[in-house]
Design a protein around this ligand. Sequence first.
Ligand SMILES: [Zn+2]
Length: 503
Amino acid sequence: MNTRKRLAAMRSAGVLPTAAAVPANPACVIGPGQRCEHALVDQELNRRLYAYEQRVRGRFTAIIDTLKVVSGLQHERDFVERAQHLARECLGYELPAALLGDAWVNGLDMRALHAHCVFRSFKQCVDQADADQSPWRERIALTPDFIRSCGYHTVDVSPCADGRLQGLLSFILRMAPSEDVFVKAYAGAMFDVEGDVADWARRELDRLTGGLPGGETANYLKVAAYHFSTSDPGHQGCAAHGSNDDRAVESALGRLNELRAAVENTFGRGAAPEVLLIGVDTDLDAIRVHLPDANGEVDPHRYVDTADLYRATLGMDAQAARAHIAAVVAKAERAEGPAHGEGGMHSGMRALVLKLLEANLSQIEYVIQHHAGRYAVLGHDEAFICAGEATSYVHLRNKYYYAHLDTVEEGAADMDVGIRIFTGLNVRHGLAVPVLVHFHYSSRVPGARERAVQRCKRVKNAIETRYADLHARGLLHCQMAVSDYHDSERCAFLEDAVEDTAH
Ligand SMILES: [Zn+2]
């Protein structure tokens, strides 16, 4: 039984309060005749993001219906032509000729076709990313210029690898993707400290050699984003931390503090990057921003919650709402007791925090307008597994499950969780698990592409060996792909045979 059905059963058995007891729009409690329209929400940006969401999701939702029609045609004389025509019309690409050509002998291999289409649709999103995204990119709230004006040359974000956080940057934080903003997801936001020290050092080198414009006095900002579920905290929180919210907060904060200590101990006092801790309620896309004190220290108890801000400021004009938010932040900074900090944030950090809080109000209203205030599917609903290194071309909740791995042995736990999720999502319905094996390389480094290709092959083989039973039954389909950090190619698909003869 899935979680929603189980919850419904528990409610009808009286174990849980009925759905009516949980407000439909938890962020928006209003009187009759009032509307959830907040003065600080950018309605136009929300329209543009929704058009993007529709376009990207549409490329995936068309797959099943199209394949059902194709399946019904397979015994027609002109099957191949009709199937290809249909695929071009409905999906925008052709189906593999070999799969169609053999259909009259053994019937169509629908699993292979389905997996193929999931990958092709994703590739379409990658290839169309600039055109799809430019309308909202040019209007987004947190631009690279704004971030620099707050005193940061780099923002390095590590969310949890959970698919529900894939829209973190553009939707939830309303931050523009740019070459100064990195997103690297890890299960439970447990980022790799050594890897981050290396990233920090590389950016410092860029800064010291004048490679970062305006970077002379600017700093590096590391953000960790944990997540939780207010509607079903015991089940739909962070799986990597057993849905235990306290553990999710403390683990992410622990990593941030380790990173600061690592840089200070290695490069001297004062060298450490600044850090920010953000929590995401994945039911509503509301955030908690933990406020650093004057020393940059972050505390689990000292935060401001945007769902509260939205409720408190709905109906105010923009000026009054901004003043209210600033007052709430100032009050939290002066908190006594467990949330007490040593003084307030510096002005750049405060400007950034205030902007993040305000920008997220637009996302809360987006979820109210387009997803009934709370996502219908609270949990997993991904289209495929991405194993290796995540791509950054598509910004949308639950597009894929991500298993960060250098080798399958190291990443086995994440990969096992992914296979378990897809056993429920796909295998149960007779569909295969599509796995995109993806790695980056730098086209400035001789031989790097070849090494990335070999890495893809090693990981693909190891996955097929680890899940040999699924693979033997045709229930596992791996597609290898590489991307250049410097954009000469994005998510280029590798075919086994072609690559073998090419190298
Ligand atoms: Zn998580």
